[in-house]
Design a protein around this ligand. Structure first.
Ligand code: BG6
Ligand code: MG
Length: 215
């Protein structure tokens, strides 16, 4: 019997490198405000919702920002981000990722997306990845973002599996915390590949095949 019946993947920073586009779009907003922002601060935005990300950036802003201005800044960031996404093609997904997903699915393991992003549908469309997943749980399905487990709990429900039968794959510390809070096993990759709370720490995406007992 396979160790996990399903694997739930974070999208940005796990399946494709849209995390760099998030960084570039937020950098433009931070520069416009005269706020210091670098890749280290950007790492704190991984897995965190758009508005919560803005609040983190504003920690270094000296002054009051009205709700209306926050809405405007979040809107502008998303417009810049979507412009960057326009250039995405299926070639932006590493071959290793596609082959791993194909092998897992051929072995009968269900796959889902568990992402805080409201742009997940657009990214799956641009990269032609929708057919690689049985379910998509994203920022449009949830009221609380990671480290709350809601997005993964929804994904498990969509798949008809219980959290204890699912493995979550995450690049964000907040995402690993979310998975553990929901009773899921978790594999960290990228930034979270060094997070001690992650039950598995990956240096390559294809290591998931071994973990899941796929030949
Ligand atoms: C997550 C990203 O996947 O989605 C975060 O890691 C981002 O950085 C969040 O803030 C929300 O994304 P979006 O596309 O709805 O602004
Ligand atoms: Mg991520």
């Amino acid at each position: 019997m396979k160790k996990y019946k399903a694997v739930i993947f974070d999208l940005d920073g796990v399946i494709c490198h849209t995390d760099e586009y998030h960084y570039l779009a937020w950098k433009q907003i931070a520069d416009g405000l005269g706020v210091y922002f670098d890749r280290n601060i950007n790492n704190r935005l991984r897995g965190v919702s758009r508005m919560e990300s803005l609040e983190i950036i504003l920690e270094k802003y000296d002054g009051e920002v009205s709700c209306k201005l926050k809405e405007k800044l979040a809107y502008e960031k998303n417009e810049t981000y979507k412009k960057l996404l326009r250039n995405m093609t299926p070639a932006d997904v590493p071959v290793e990722v596609k082959e791993t997903l194909e092998k897992m699915r051929a072995a009968g393991i269900k796959t889902a997306i568990g992402s805080s992003s409201k742009n997940a549908g657009l990214i799956l469309q641009k990269t032609e990845l929708a057919c690689f997943f049985d379910a998509v749980s994203d920022g449009n399905c949830i009221t609380r973002s990671k480290p709350d487990p809601e997005v993964f709990v929804r994904a498990a429900e969509f798949l008809g599996e219980s959290p204890s039968d699912c493995l979550v794959v995450e690049d964000a510390f907040a995402g690993v915390d979310a998975a553990l809070a929901g009773g899921f096993a978790c594999a960290g990759i990228g930034d979270a590949g060094a997070y001690r709370k992650a039950g598995y720490r990956l240096s390559a995406f294809s290591e998931l095949l071994d973990i899941c007992g796929v030949e």
